[in-house]
Design a protein around this ligand. Sequence first.
Ligand SMILES: C[S@@+](CC[C@H](N)C(=O)[O-])C[C@H]1O[C@@H](n2cnc3c(N)ncnc32)[C@H](O)[C@@H]1O
Length: 225
Amino acid sequence: MEKINRIGKIFNKIYYKIFIENFKEHLDYNFPTDFFRWDLIDYLIKKNVYSNYLEIGCDKDQLFSKVNIKNKIGVDPSNGGNVRKTSNEFFFDNKKFFDIVFIDGLHEYEQVKKDIINSLKFLNQNGVVLVHDCMPDSLGKQAVPRYKMQWNGDVWKAIVDLRQDKNLEIFTCSIDQGIGIIKKKKNTSILNLNKPIKKLKFKDYFYNYKEYMRVISITEFKNLF
Ligand SMILES: C[S@@+](CC[C@H](N)C(=O)[O-])C[C@H]1O[C@@H](n2cnc3c(N)ncnc32)[C@H](O)[C@@H]1O
């Protein structure tokens, strides 16, 4: 977990609220308490008989240690996994292909988008890319620069951006901080955004997240995948 000191947090909070956005509403998603990221991954591995897993950002292996699969690679520059690199360094000379990739590294829009695009380059046919932390409940949880301990970052913007791609089918499952699910196939519901990604604010997310993210429940997820 990235470390920021108390003074840095206070500075970032003031900076964010003055120069970027100050919006006070909160969302209450009521995420299920009996189905988490490892359950969704286990479901997909068993259903599709997947054998190659990649995790970007492993921390204390809370997830990595629970993934039961033939081959797994966990990339993290500081903790956990089994490859001590940043995701960019890993993809630079990677030659392996994966059935399932879980992206949970640096939670900033540009990096998440890069991680998704790189993962798609090394995805087997019928593979899936998952993205953690897609559903922040408040301004602070998604603010970049970061000022909160509990932080989703602006991962949501990478999903909104790629929801405009006609060759990517994307949903967001409403569990465990929101999990983006990306497949390389025709987009059956292209998002038409009326402003550039760089101009998107949390307020836009607050009022439009169901459409922006194409949010689905576990039941819908199991019917679709
Ligand atoms: C939220 S934690 C991951 C949690 C873990 N995936 C889980 O499900 O419990 C984020 C991790 O991403 C790592 N990280 C930060 N920047 C990264 C980067 N550029 N590439 C890969 N990992 C990164 C951090 O070191 C941290 O351990």
